[in-house]
Design a protein around this ligand. Structure first.
Ligand code: AMP
Length: 300
């Protein structure tokens, strides 16, 4: 089966929702992605943690069979993110970002990872994403996620990475900010014009839209009574999306549509609990069950 390489943040998050607050919980784009994608395919992780990173959290990732040969531990603090959500629970307001050991780190992709079939450049410094790209041989597809922090701080490097990837995943406010337009379809067309063959725009409780040059596909969000913590929804979405592509080994239009539903399903597990607890608790059977329900929802 195809393998997936992920590079991105491993973090401790402080998360505030209107009803609850959690401090120092396991987060980071790469953590969410790896746990979700591992439900579908072998996953290899490249990232860095500080000396404050708990061994038990490394074990949580290892226990799932995620290959951690590319995980470095360095002296210093781990990446920390403090985010807050209002009652709409759609977009996080970043209160503080502390890059910690990620600040001057450059990834070293182990020799055993260079033949990875799929690559996910999770949300992290675009220069780190570029270095990773240069280290892999000839993947079938490369996907990228980013956020406002990097659009603000590293726009040029980000535009360069975007021009070299196959799939871009952003949320709607990031798409608008990146392309300086209020229109999501226009923003998607602009991103496609930069080179990628597919763009996924995540719209929180309103679902996700996949755009390619020949079609677009809309997935509703999985219907829920209550979202507990939206953190990691996007990364878990990407895990399900790329996980499905790796599992089926195809990038055709139908596979991309199905991948959009798988992304939606993984995101639904992520938001059910704080931190990675929700996606960590999901089993392949749970995924299949919600996939069927979602399929019924979009069928006429
Ligand atoms: P998501 O909610 O899917 O967009 O991702 C949330 C995760 O991204 C959190 O667990 C954070 O630790 C991580 N994160 C937040 N800001 C950044 C950033 N600027 N770069 C990399 N990762 C980040």
């Amino acid at each position: 089966m195809s393998s997936i390489l992920v590079v991105g943040s491993l973090a401790y998050d402080d998360v505030q929702t209107p009803v609850e607050r959690r401090t120092g919980v396991l987060g980071g784009a790469a953590s969410y992605f790896a746990i979700a994608a591992r439900l579908y395919a072998p996953v290899r992780l490249v990232g860095v943690i500080g000396d404050d990173f708990r061994d038990e959290d490394v074990e949580r990732l290892r226990a799932r069979g995620i290959d951690l040969a590319g995980l470095e531990r360095r002296r210093g603090g781990s990446f920390r993110w403090l985010g807050r959500y209002d009652y709409a629970m759609n977009t996080a307001q970043t209160i503080n970002t502390d890059l910690g050991v990620f600040a001057d780190w450059r990834p070293r992709v182990p020799e055993s990872f260079v033949d990875s079939d799929f690559v996910f450049l999770a949300n992290i410094d675009p220069d780190i994403q570029l270095t990773t790209l240069r280290s892999v041989r000839s993947p079938k597809a490369i996907a990228l996620d980013t956020m406002n922090y990097w659009i603000d701080h590293k726009r040029d490097a980000l535009l360069e990475v975007i021009s070299r990837v196959d799939i871009v995943s952003v949320n709607e406010s990031e798409a608008r900010q990146l392309c300086d337009t209020v229109s999501i379809p226009k923003a998607a067309r602009q991103i496609l014009a930069m080179g990628p063959r597919a763009v996924v725009v995540k719209r929180g409780e309103y679902g996700a839209v996949l755009f390619t040059r020949s079609f677009s596909f809309w997935s509703p969000a999985f219907p829920f009574d209550e979202v507990i913590d939206p953190t990691g929804a996007g990364d878990s979405f990407a895990g399900g999306f790329l996980g499905h592509l790796a599992e089926c080994g195809s990038l055709d239009d139908r596979a991309l549509r199905r991948a959009t539903l798988h992304g939606t399903v993984c995101a639904s597990f992520a938001v059910e609990r704080f931190s990675v607890d929700g996606i960590e608790a999901a089993t392949p059977d749970d995924i299949a069950g919600r996939y069927r329900l979602l399929q019924e929802l979009v069928n006429v």
